[in-house]
Design a protein. Sequence first.
Length: 309
Amino acid sequence: MVNIRKNLLPESLYSWKSPYTMKPTRIVVHNTANDASADSEIKYMLRDKSNGAQVSYHYAVDDKEIVQGLPENRIGWHAGDGANGKGNREGIAIEICYSKSGGDRFLKAEDNAVDLIVDILKRYNWGIDKVTKHQDYMKKNCPHRTLELGWDRFLNKIKSKLNNSTNNTVEDSRLDNNDIFKNIQVWYNTNYASNLGRIDEDNKFGNDTKKHLIMALQSEMNKQYKSKLNIDGIFGNASKKAFLNLKIGTKGNITRISQAFLYKKNYDPNGFDGSFGSGMLSAVKSFQSSNKLNVDGILGPSTAFKLFN
Ligand SMILES: [Zn+2]
C-alpha cells in the first residue's frame, strides 16, 4: 500500500465539520468529480467556515498517496443523508481523486483505494458487504467514474486482494488464471484445430495461441460477415474494417474470442462463455478507459484493433 499521510482536521473545526464521535460500521466510497490531488482535496476540506464548505471526509486517495483528514472515530459530512443518516454517522468516507478526467491516473488512484479498503476491512474484521457507495444514501451519481467503469468490477478487485491476503491463496489464483487459458486452448482445439491447426494446451497464452485465436476470429468473420479476410493470424487494417460492433446481449464465437483476449490483457470479463453480459461490459469499459478509447462499452473496430494487437 502507498503511504498514508495524516493532515487531520484541527479540533477547532470539530463543531462544524465533525461534531460527533462514531463507531464506524461501513465504508462509503466517493469520487471527487474533479481533477485535484489527494493533498489538495484534504487542504480544501480543512478550510474554515469563512472560505470553505461544511463537507468533510476521512481519506482522499490519488495515484501516489493516501491523505487522511479525519480520525476514523469521528463523523464526516459526505453522504448527504443528514445528521442521523448511517452514511454520515457510521461511514468511513473515501474520496477517489481524478475521477473527472479518468484514465490511468484515476485507475491507479482506484487501485490505491482498493488497498486502503482492504486494510480497513481487515482491521475491523469486516466483509465485502461493508463496502458501500455514496449513491446508497442519496440520489447522486457518486462515485460516478467507478460506477461507469463497473461497481462489481471494483468490488471484485477488493475481493481478490482480501482473499489473497487472508488465505494465502496467491498461487491458487494464479492457477485459476492458467485454467482459464487452458480452457481457451481446449475450446480452440475442439472447434478449429482440424481446419486451422492444433495448439499446445500448456495453460499459457503465448504467441502461438494468440495467432491461432486471431485465425479463428478471421474465419468466424468470413463465415458470419462474409468478410473475405486472409486467415493469417494478424489483426490488421482489413480485419479492423470488417469487424462489427459487439455489445451487451451479443452472443457467439466472436464474443468468446474477445473474452479470451480480455483475460489475456487482465480485464476479467467474468466468464469465457460467448455471451456479452455485465461482467464483459465492465471489462470492455475498463479496457477502453486504460487505452484512451471512447468509453462506451461497445466493442467496435477501434477497441478490437487495440484488443487483438
Ligand atoms: Zn460522493
